[in-house]
Design a protein around this ligand. Structure first.
Ligand SMILES: *[C@@H]1O[C@H](CO)[C@@H](O)[C@H](O)[C@H]1NC(C)=O
Ligand SMILES: *[C@@H]1O[C@H](CO)[C@@H](O)[C@H](O)[C@H]1NC(C)=O
Ligand SMILES: *[C@@H]1O[C@H](CO)[C@@H](O)[C@H](O)[C@H]1NC(C)=O
Ligand SMILES: *[C@@H]1O[C@H](CO)[C@@H](O)[C@H](O)[C@H]1NC(C)=O
Ligand SMILES: *[C@@H]1O[C@H](CO)[C@@H](O)[C@H](O)[C@H]1NC(C)=O
Ligand SMILES: *[C@@H]1O[C@H](CO)[C@@H](O)[C@H](O)[C@H]1NC(C)=O
Ligand SMILES: *[C@@H]1O[C@H](CO)[C@@H](O)[C@H](O)[C@H]1NC(C)=O
Ligand SMILES: *[C@@H]1O[C@H](CO)[C@@H](O)[C@H](O)[C@H]1NC(C)=O
Ligand SMILES: *[C@@H]1O[C@H](CO)[C@@H](O)[C@H](O)[C@H]1NC(C)=O
Ligand SMILES: *[C@@H]1O[C@H](CO)[C@@H](O)[C@H](O)[C@H]1NC(C)=O
Ligand SMILES: *[C@@H]1O[C@H](CO)[C@@H](O)[C@H](O)[C@H]1NC(C)=O
Length: 362
């Protein structure tokens, strides 16, 4: 929890078998220390090249999954849904892990090649506050002026609220609490073709890490996408019962749309690429409840509150793993450029962590 569709009592989504998945490449590399990151740490890949829309040529890594649960009790049940940042020539992941009671904490891992990760044995983030007592879930990460801003879901047993935390070293975090406390979201009920209002269910948000016209922009929500803006990344302005930033159009995204990783500025500097997750409804070749990842092009200068100026018709990544805690889920929250490739990191079946790569455009 919370995976929105589970509220629709879709029992068929849940499977206990880990079929069709070869975990023989999984290795556990644990560490009792971690690399020191500070305000002075370098940002991004040293040969970074900004992309043009769309980023194509994605291939899922043949030895997925690259991470899974371990004997550490806090991450012993499932491990999935990571945020990522390239810092000091390494990829860092902040990943969601569940213990045997399905309470989520967030762990830290790092890699020199983008595939082979060493993890810190202790969680770096875990429930301490009432609004997150049933889990700190699904991190997304941007770094601005040497500070990491992590949006995550605080789950209190009934509400999945979008929360903010900040850090300079990825290990010690300051919590800022729920950032959209009076928002409304809607849940689409396909059998009635009707949207039910969900008070306070803000769940997730992805940020463009640069001010445009004096404001940071974010798209949030777990149904349509909605917008919020900020001058300091901590306090966010939004409108209750707002007009959505983007409507569901394509078959693969007709159940709901939810942000993937932070926005990526295009080479021209005029637009931003937004990766997002969509859910199928059992038509168009997409299974009911299937999560896939696609891309849209966003104009924050002229249309910060939507709609997107373009989107791909088809997803770039679809689940290959049909079992897990929740079947047919490929859920991404991070796309970074590292050593000549784009890496998207994602959860597979809400149970394992995988990656896909695409070439950097010339
Ligand atoms: C899983 O991968 C290992 C290593 O390549 C291989 O030996 C094994 O046959 C594979 N298992 C299945 C079921 O494909
Ligand atoms: C990290 O910083 C601590 C304290 O400054 C130092 O003791 C430790 O050696 C550093 N570790 C690495 C890997 O640089
Ligand atoms: C960052 O760099 C400044 C200037 O070189 C230095 O004074 C400071 O100690 C460094 N901070 C850390 C945490 O390494
Ligand atoms: C768990 O611990 C056992 C016994 O030490 C070890 O053989 C196994 O590889 C460990 N598994 C994981 C996923 O860490
Ligand atoms: C899971 O974590 C929660 C929160 O820390 C804790 O209360 C619970 O006892 C843990 N469950 C197990 C089985 O360790
Ligand atoms: C992965 O990283 C670990 C820890 O640095 C190292 O021991 C291991 O050899 C690496 N494995 C591969 C396949 O690169
Ligand atoms: C969760 O938080 C919401 C918003 O503050 C509150 O209305 C609700 O009662 C809380 N639920 C539980 C089970 O604490
Ligand atoms: C949330 O956590 C509380 C306190 O640990 C527990 O009583 C409750 O059953 C949990 N709710 C859910 C939906 O897991
Ligand atoms: C929110 O909007 C109001 C009215 O425009 C403004 O006064 C306030 O500074 C804004 N707050 C943030 C955090 O951007
Ligand atoms: C980061 O620094 C820039 C340039 O000084 C400034 O415009 C911006 O407001 C800062 N952002 C935050 C979140 O502090
Ligand atoms: C910022 O958010 C407020 C509240 O939703 C909205 O009224 C305003 O138009 C937004 N401004 C921009 C530039 O997005």
């Amino acid at each position: 929890m919370p995976r929105s569709l589970s509220i629709l009592s879709v029992c068929a989504l849940v499977s206990s078998a880990f079929a069709q998945f070869n975990t023989s490449y999984l290795h556990y590399y644990g560490s009792s220390t971690y690399p020191n990151v500070s305000r002075n740490s370098t940002d991004g890949d040293r040969n970074y090249r900004a992309p043009e829309f769309p980023i194509l040529g994605w291939a899922q890594y043949k030895n997925n999954p690259i991470m899974g649960p371990s004997n550490n009790s806090w991450e012993s049940k499932y491990l999935f849904n990571p945020a990522a940042a390239v810092v000091d020539d390494k990829v860092f992941l902040l990943y969601r892990a569940q213990n045997e009671s399905l309470i989520s904490s967030i762990g830290l891992a790092w890699s020199y090649d983008g595939y082979n990760f060493t993890r810190y044995n202790q969680p770096v983030f875990f429930p301490t506050e009432p609004y997150e007592r049933n889990g700190t879930e699904d991190p997304r990460l941007v770094r601005v002026n040497g500070t990491f801003y992590m949006t995550y879901t605080g789950f209190n047993g009934s509400q999945a609220q979008l929360c903010m935390a900040t850090s300079e070293n990825l290990v010690n975090w300051q919590k800022h609490g729920p950032i959209l406390p009076y928002s409304t979201d809607v849940l689409y009920h396909p059998e009635e073709n009707y949207n039910h209002a969900r008070e306070g269910w803000s769940k997730s948000g992805a940020i463009a890490p640069e001010k445009v016209n004096g404001l940071y922009q974010m798209q949030w929500g777990d149904s349509y996408l909605y917008t919020a803006n900020s001058t300091d990344l901590i306090h966010w302005n939004y409108t209750r019962n707002d007009i959505p930033f983007a409507q569901r159009i394509h078959d693969w995204e007709f159940g709901l749309m939810e942000s993937a990783g932070p926005l990526i500025k295009t080479r021209s500097g005029k637009h931003w690429i937004k990766f997002y997750n969509g859910v199928g409804q059992g038509f168009g070749g997409y299974k009911f409840g299937q999560y896939s990842t696609g891309q849209m092009l966003v104009d924050l200068e002229n249309a910060p509150r939507g709609p997107p100026v373009a989107r791909m018709e088809l997803p770039i990544l679809q689940p290959v793993f049909t079992a897990g805690q929740v079947s047919n889920v490929l859920f991404s929250e991070a796309t970074v450029q590292f050593k000549g490739k784009w890496f998207t990191y994602y959860g597979e079946g809400d149970a394992y962590l995988g990656t896909a790569t695409a070439p950097v455009q010339d």
